[in-house]
Design a protein around this ligand. Structure first.
Ligand SMILES: Cc1cc2nc3c(=O)[nH]c(=O)nc-3n(C[C@H](O)[C@H](O)[C@H](O)COP(=O)(O)OP(=O)(O)OC[C@H]3O[C@@H](n4cnc5c(N)ncnc54)[C@H](O)[C@@H]3O)c2cc1C
Length: 152
């Protein structure tokens, strides 16, 4: 018996259902037996402004009693933010002391797109330093939050 989408009860999102469907096809049709990896599951709210996030919140980290650092960057402090006159919006990154990215939330212009830099980084286990050391044509909120304002 295979299930995909909301009925599987994992993450009730369209993209989660799509991901599970690909696995069902691979596993049932192509007999691959690939395991699901539902880590770094992003969510996005397509309001104006957009809101997006992945990973844990500060409240969740506090509840776990886990040590973490926070980086925060305002859109208005980035070159692109100034060029586009984005006065509102910010990015917040939470990381473990060793640099593991634990959570990322963004509210503002193109938030649903920006979140994916953090999603990929978390998925492959890239640390904040590795993301920050990656050359970006446009410095987006994720790297700004990581490199410029990481505080304990
Ligand atoms: C208001 C709202 C907003 C949402 N916004 C977002 C969003 O912005 N981003 C996001 O990722 N997710 C969003 N979701 C969640 C997303 O819609 C679901 O996670 C996704 O649709 C699940 O897909 P699914 O195929 O599992 O189920 P569904 O899309 O619910 O499809 C199930 C289908 O099965 C049919 N069906 C049910 N019973 C039977 C039966 N007995 N026989 C035959 N057919 C049957 C139904 O009619 C339906 O067509 C939202 C959900 C709601 C309700």
């Amino acid at each position: 018996m295979w299930a995909q989408g909301d009925v599987a009860g994992n993450a009730l999102f369209k993209h989660a259902g799509d991901y599970e469907t690909r696995h069902v096809i691979d596993n049932v049709v192509d007999d691959e037996r690939r395991a699901l990896d539902l880590s770094a599951m992003p969510h996005a709210i397509f309001t104006e402004p957009q809101i997006a996030g992945v990973g844990v919140t500060e409240d969740e980290l506090e509840a776990e009693g886990r040590e973490y650092v926070v980086g925060r960057a305002e859109y208005a402090d980035s070159a692109m933010g100034r060029a586009k006159k984005l006065d509102d919006g910010f990015v917040k990154v939470r990381a473990a002391p060793d640099g593991e990215i634990l959570g990322y939330h963004v509210i503002g212009y193109e938030a649903s797109m920006l979140v994916h830099e953090a999603v990929v980084a978390m998925r492959v286990g890239a640390t904040v330093d590795e993301v920050a050391d990656t050359i970006h044509a446009v410095r987006a909120g994720c790297t700004d939050a990581i490199t410029e304002k990481l505080v304990t």
